[in-house]
Design a protein around this ligand. Sequence first.
Ligand code: CUO
Length: 687
Amino acid sequence: MSSASNSKNHLLLLYDRPQEPVFVAKGDKKSVFKVPNNYLSDRYKPLGVALQSRFGEEAGEEIDVKNISLPNLGDITSIGRHENFSLFIPKHRRLAAKLINIFLGMRNVDDLLACCVYARDNVNPYLFNYCLSVCLLHREDTRDLDLPSIIHSFPDKYVDSSVFTRAREEATIVPDGSRTPIEIPRDYTASDLEEEHRVAYFREDLGINLHHWHWHLVYPFDGPRDVVNKNRRGELFFYMHQQIIARYNFERLCNYLKRTERLLNLREPIKEAYFPKLDSLVASRSYPARVANQTISNLNREVDQIHQDIDDMERWRDRIFAAIHQGYVETENGQRVTLTENEGIDILGNMMESSILSPNRTFYGDYHNMGHIFLSYIHDPDHRHLESFGVIGDSTTAMRDPVFYRWHAHIDDIFQEFKATIPSYPVDQLAYQGVTINSIEIQSQGSPANRISTFWQQSDVDLSRGMDFQPRGPVFVRFTHLQHQEFNYRITVNNQGGSRMGTCRIFLAPKFDERGNPWLFRDQKNMFIELDKFPVNLRSGQNTITRSSMQSSVTIPFERSFRDWDTNRPQGGDQLAQFNFCGCGWPHHMLIPKGTADGYQCQLFVMISNYTNDHIEQDTTGTCNDAFSFCGLKDRLYPDRRSMGYPFDRTPREGVRTLQQFLTPNMRVQDVVIQFTNRTVRPRSNN
Ligand code: CUO
């Protein structure tokens, strides 16, 4: 191995045990960085030589660190080492952008390694982890590195705090090899007295929260422009979060809850309480809870440099609605940009989120991000109690809180308001002349046709890399999550034309609304969750398409959500090249909603659209191109020319009131049932 690729891999050691100083042995090989004395933080400088020789004693491998002229970190260090960190806070994101720029500006990998070794102990650990990840994802010379899942560096953001005391005990007392996994109970944040707790298994799912963190890492809203400006990122912000809300509502209906209510009035008390039971190990503080019926207030927090009134939010919201209804937005210099049928949603996504691509941040503000902030400081709006933000204030933990879904249901509704202003799809934009779907069947082992079974599954994950200041060796926690029996789709299609291609689009929605009534199409269309999308070759005449649920374009396998940098890594440079991107994707174990013990009635929708109108001509080879529906393709165009969510992203044409009336011959609907059994399957392996 060349020394350059060695240095590259050494960068990954900086993720290990984020709070232990950089000169303490890292990784399984007990690698020790030989840190120049002037790199050390003020606390350790006077002890330099003594410390280095003490911690160097058990070293396996010594790593030289180049002596470079050190960058001026300036106010980046103003976020304390023991503070919590959130990209939603403008000050934090400004400082993150600065550090990312410093990292991206390093001339080569050796300089980058030196710079990172220096920065690591001088800046906030969460900030460091984020900036290092963005940098490694976007530098030409580090793109092929395999980033570890954040759960390994900061398990405290994912796992009940009570686990850590037990894990520490296990790691200190029990030798490596005889340690047993520590079980996290499925219900630990609330009891059944709280109705909302019925869907806690969704909100608190580790894979779902990892996906959300990873999505925002791949699609940051701030930072260098070439990092932010990815193909259709504003539209993907809309679509990925729209699908989260659709999935959450589906899950709620399975649990006899009605759809989540939009958070429309910012001045009304919020009835949902949430007690996260997470402690930040870095900040040594608990994440604040929210009791029932709290109300947000104007923010005046000097510490975060946030001074914002609820009035501002209301003005931004009204201007966004005005832009939607006028059909254009106004840029900073007064130009009008039309919100067109296909590209308008992308502009609106960037404007509402808002990202630095927003056409006018002064005028349309920072609506969605600031909503997260107002909600996250509901308990201490002026910092009089010296408290930090609640879980909704950080994309790592936001999806745990019921109010996340109320806020995003409101955001989604604004997007839907826009979609209602553009033309409906006429029949010729839906049909595929001569293509008819004759039948659809779901086949699953041990179940009758068109029945999917769900149950609980236990899995283990090693948290030891994030557990600082204690003996080494794996410490597993065992958690329980939803799971489904894998199945196949069998679709028969008649093609009256010559041989040609189509795009097969598969969606699922509840058959009835929360009152048990059939849906109006205009409501049901927002309930459809995407299950898969893939190209098909159609021969002339009869065709049978078989596809496995495991091939879904939405999900990634369990191992990828939780991957460690030493395991589950593809071998070889080419395959590794896109692996960084690989943590993005809906966790496969959450592909199918829970269903009910009686068998929950759903409608499976399959469409085969005209490939010529869908296809993007580009090279799509790469390892992790299998979760493109929510995550796109790395360094490529979004691989479907249609609007995201097609054909359900617009209001139906004149005269269509029901799903049946919406169908053209190249679409078909099949009733299916999701059957939940309350049994728990033991872990598959210790990975
Ligand atoms: Cu993902 Cu609000 O955008 O959390």
